[in-house]
Design a protein around this ligand. Structure first.
Ligand SMILES: [Cu+2]
Length: 532
């Protein structure tokens, strides 16, 4: 008899604590696999068999901006087809991607604050998919709840309806679904990606990720770099098989049956090739002016500490103007930026400090060898400065501890629960269960959440509700240098803690919060809250 995941979990936990072994004695090689931490990231390195190109030889691609198919008084309407594409990522080889419109990254969507975007997703992939707009304030039925799947086109006829976990899935679309995003929120760099229950890691790894930028008048009045000088940078790591395919250690590479990865990669899949906008270690020619870069770490498990080599002779390497949730109150200078999975840093680099002809490399101080390099800028020519960095950016009211009406604690830890021989990742010792609600915040309330990560690094993402970091373990009793402004994802160091002031604004309903190490997420490090 083959049990569905849910049945298995019910059985596993029927005995309560009896089956719940302490961390490290769970057998099946769990301890070594669980404690893998490489290059500052939870996970194990997968090495490419294909020949990787010389760094800084391939021009940086910019994902195309999607045109609406039509527009009315309140909304733009878009159409995206999720399908298999073949693209040349490594010179001379073709890589199969599962992409939005068959490309990786997917097309960039640009929306105006307060104007609804309606995006019709058509699923021509061989598996169910779920779209989540990461950072979006979205009603629950459009947020991409992990079991709210869009089935492949024609799946009924083709028998895909017999998908192993189908009984637990809530089919919201047979082939297509219109995701409606009100986008009543400040200008920010959001991204959209797959969120299918148990299979988010491999489906994002195959290419299901793209930018969704929100613009507004307030931001445009600031005179920040625009047009070709406003550049989204999606950074991720991948490994390639000899023929150029993405290499990912799925137990079932068809992604139709058994979820999960080979035991060695339980704590995360790290690749040895760094891609920016889908190109390996690309190069971008710039003028000696200000540029805005929207940094996104779209990796499954890799964290980065970004720096410039050489650093500027004077001034800061990066002037941060925005974070996950949009503009900061005022610019913040950094010489390094630590960015965990799913975080965004909106930064300005001032290339006028470098003589024309200088090559400036974006490096990753947490990487080793091939993963220590990210991309290169070449200051190719003089340019006319048309932008500036305003000393005041956005009205951003800091939340205070006294505003919190409820306090909660969540521990993100590898638990003793096992499934198919794998030790699961858990929240407060519990693996994900769509039917269990761990918090019931009131609509409009501010809550204080104390979160702790044990054993390994965990980037924690909360859907719907943005938050301000009050303290983080890495700071001196404060938020630390990398947690400015409104956030939707916070990086917990191994053994790290953070206090979050979360504003539950927007909509009532059930949403998830989870670790954004996608292998941890797929192995159950996820829980529900319901805004009431
Ligand atoms: Cu994690």
């Amino acid at each position: 008899m083959k049990l569905s995941r849910k049945e298995f979990l019910k059985l596993s936990f029927a005995g309560g604590a009896g089956l719940f072994l302490p961390f490290g004695v769970s057998g099946c090689g769990g301890l070594t696999a669980g404690n893998n931490s490489a290059q500052g990231s939870a996970g194990a390195l997968l090495k490419s068999a294909a020949r990787l190109p010389e760094p800084f030889t391939i021009p940086l691609p910019i994902p195309p901006v999607l045109e609406p198919v039509h527009t009315d008084a309140s909304a733009e309407y878009y159409e995206i087809t999720q399908k298999v594409g073949r693209t040349e990522i490594l010179p001379g080889l073709k890589t199969e991607v599962w992409g939005y419109d068959g490309i990786f990254p997917g097309p960039t969507i640009e929306s105006r604050r307060g104007r609804q975007s309606v995006i019709r997703h058509r699923n021509e992939l061989p598996v169910p998919t779920v779209v989540h707009l990461h950072g979006g304030k979205t009603p629950p039925e459009h947020d991409g709840y992990p079991t709210d799947v869009v089935m492949p086109v024609g799946s009924r006829e083709a028998g895909h309806g017999n998908h192993g976990e189908h009984a637990e899935l809530n089919v919201i679309g047979e082939g297509t679904f219109d995701y409606k995003y009100p986008l009543d929120q400040a200008a920010a760099s959001l991204w959209y990606h797959d969120h299918r229950m148990d299979f988010t890691g491999p489906q994002v790894y195959k290419g299901l990720a793209g930018f969704h930028l929100i613009r507004d008048d307030e931001e445009e009045a600031l005179g920040l770099p625009a047009g070709e000088r406003d550049v989204p940078l999606m950074i991720c790591d991948r490994a390639f098989t000899e023929d150029g395919s993405f290499d990912y250690p799925s137990l079932d590479p068809s992604l139709k049956g058994e979820p999960g990865v080979e035991g060695e990669y339980m704590s995360g899949v790290l690749g040895d090739c760094i891609l920016v906008n889908g190109a390996p270690w690309p190069v971008l020619e710039v003028t000696n002016t200000l540029y805005r870069f929207r940094l996104l770490n779209a990796s499954n498990a890799r964290r980065y500490r970004l720096a410039l080599d050489p650093p500027p002779r004077e001034g800061a390497s990066f002037v941060q103007i925005g974070s996950d949730g949009g503009l900061l109150a005022k610019p913040v200078n950094h010489n390094k930026i630590e960015i965990a999975q799913a975080e965004r840093f909106d930064v300005i680099i001032d290339f006028s400090i470098y003589p024309v002809g200088t090559e400036v490399t974006l490096i990753n101080e947490l990487g080793v060898g091939s993963t220590a390099k990210v991309m290169r800028f070449v200051v190719a020519r003089e340019g006319t400065e048309e932008s500036r960095i305003s000393p005041k950016l956005a009205d951003l009211r800091p939340l205070s501890r006294s505003e919190a009406t409820v306090e909660r604690e969540f521990r993100f830890v590898r638990g003793g629960a096992k499934m198919d021989g794998m030790t699961l990742w858990t929240v407060n010792g519990e693996p994900f269960d769509p039917d269990r609600i761990d918090a019931n915040p009131q609509l409009g309330a501010v809550e204080l959440w104390k979160i702790r990560g044990l054993n390994l690094e965990h980037p924690i993402h909360i859907h719907l509700a943005s938050f301000q970091v009050l303290t983080s373990g890495g700071g001196n009793g404060d938020a630390g240098p990398y947690n400015q402004g409104w956030k939707d994802t916070v990086s917990l160091a191994s053994g790290g803690e953070a206090e979050l002031l979360i504003k539950f604004d927007g909509y009532r309903g059930k949403y998830v919060f989870h670790c954004h190490n996608l292998e941890h997420e797929d192995m159950m490090m996820m829980a529900n809250f319901e805004v009431v």
